[in-house]
Write a protein of this length. Sequence first.
Length: 337
Amino acid sequence: MINIVFASDDNYFGYLYVALYSLLENNRKETINLFILDDKIKSEKKEKVSSLINNYENKVVNFIDISNIVNDYVSNDTLKSYLRKNYSTTYARLFLDFLLPPEIEKVLYLDCDILVNGNLKELWDIDISDYYVAGVLDLMPNVYKEVIGLNADSTYLNAGILLINVKKCRNEGIWNKFFEFLKQHINEDIHHDQGIINGVCKDKMLVIHPKYNYIGSLHIKKPTNAIKWFVDQKNFYDNETIDEAKNNTVIYHFCEGSLGRPWYNNNHMYYNLYREYVLKSKIDENTIYTSNYDKSLFNKLYLFLQTNTLFSIMLKLIPAPITRNITNKLLKLNMKN
């Protein structure tokens, strides 16, 4: 059995539904135990999920109410105040030890902004008995590593798709360490719960193939143009591995990246693929698509430049150390503001 966890509020339900549909369609033969961390999802929408699940054999869904999670599980007043102000449903994965049944020892956590494009059995079967989590390297600038005590060469995972050793984390007190870490960095920009997970689990994280989390920053024709802006490629995947991931993607992750997300950018290279799943799922399109005009002028300009051939050539000519230096300086200025 594959244990899978999603977290969603009512506003993000449409993306959750498309992600679920893609998961179920591409894993018909697998026995799947679904846990949905439910932050005030309307009852009729939960019924819609249950109806979807009923179309597939060997699939069950469990909704876990997280609407009062901070009050229920956080006692420290400073931490409680911070989480009330900054909380989003992604923080719920920090509470999995409290939320999941005690017999659950391993889960695959999936963000809602994904498409599952293949079978997950191979991913699920990865041995993580000696690790807290397994995941895919993120294109994270050094400034975000430094603030959580890592160096440029340190492993830093994208937390949107994580294979989690719940039992090991529970036995070694990792869940409580998450909140201690947050208290220590509460006035710093640590990139939300992703920074917490990387900062605490840093010594026992397994790096897996990027086909299991083909992140948004790589969703351009020449992914190497994006890589050079953020990391030294010796600390990332080589070009051959990235090409393998691009051509054999199991999970597309539409986190904010070079071309944004396919539901507000119809120039996105996976716009048609995502729309295909939207149409097949029969979800109300009004819950999915937003206009490019909802984005800031800066974001619209950035999207245009990333699809511009001349600009792509210019990026290729700029030495990588210079681009990384520019990126880190801009981010540091943003953190101060």
